[in-house]
Design a binder for this molecule. Sequence first.
Ligand code: SAM
Ligand code: MD0
Ligand code: SF4
Length: 363
Amino acid sequence: MQITDSNLENILDRALKRKELSREEIVSLLEISDKDQLEALFQAARTLREKYFGKDIFLYGFVYLSTYCRNDCRFCYYRRSNRDSLRYRKKESEVLEAALDLAESGVHLIDLTMGEDPEYLDRGQAGIERLAGLVRKVKARTGLPVMISPGVVPESALQELARAGADWYACYQETHSALLFEELRINQRFAERLNTKYRAHELGLLIEEGLLSGIGETNQDLFLSLMAMQELNADQIRVMNFIPQKGTPLEGVAGPGSIREIQITAVMRLLFPDRLIPASLDVDGLDGLPPRLAAGANVVTSIIPPGQGLAGVAQSTLDIDESRRTTAWVLPVLEENGLQAGSRAGYRSWIEKRVQGLVGSES
Ligand code: SAM
Ligand code: MD0
Ligand code: SF4
């Protein structure tokens, strides 16, 4: 049932005061389809972002260092069995060059992402040390915080990565419906993926949790996910619309309308006003940035240096060699939207505060 304007106003008022919202209320926000009501939701999300972050937006450089993967996720272009997909494994020197380029362009963090590449993950200690070596060098050369997105790894590997100086561990559950998870992430274990994030937190790494939207989830499932993110006390949370990929079993399935991701982003901001919430360039490219910022996102991710043969994940090529996934294109968009890049010191201090909060915390 469509929510009334006065009910919506009441819910948004309470969200602005950080009062807890009920399951029905949260689901009703996810169900809004009226244009004016959506705008009211986005306005509230922007107000909360401003309250905790002012006009500051953080920028993440993205280095997809290996597109080899031992997994076969149904939605993913880089799934093991997709012969159509572009495969590469960047050399250390290439990773460093990309990271340095990104650092010079003004990003706040380098995200080192990979498929679950057997060369790194199935070679015991040697593979993990190689990965940890990359983290250490990227950190030393760029002087920037590093996020690592390697997929599911054992606790000993997390330890090694933390020792190498990784600040963040990103690993997206996609959905918190175990049933849907099993359909999407074939032969992977729901609990293992989730638990790895708890272990990472215990080791002092910040964590990013994420969802796929338009992949068969209901709004009740989304509610479950939001609660699971709260339980996990995730430091950064995200949602990305499913983009159908050539050569995969879901190739012919229509993706959701772009509003789905944007609306969920705004609801995330209401429930997690003080967390980092990305607007990824990896879904609708640069043109998709303004509506995501308008929905309360405060990080721009998937900034990729052109001309280096580096790929995106959901959009493997969109806007990359046109240089439109660069800070040079992103910064003017921030300004047009009344926003600005935060300072590096501001980003560091946000991280430090969150890490402090982890010390002695139970989650
Ligand atoms: N391989 C590691 C893993 O799966 O955790 C790390 C990188 S993985 C490629 C990063 C994320 O990209 C996935 O968790 C998923 O949320 C997102 N993704 C992959 N394929 C996508 C698609 N077709 N549409 C939208 N997002 C996608
Ligand atoms: C992004 N393409 O931020 C990246 C990726 C992995 N940590 C992030 C999904 O959109
Ligand atoms: Fe591999 Fe990650 Fe793609 Fe799954 S989402 S197939 S783990 S790269």
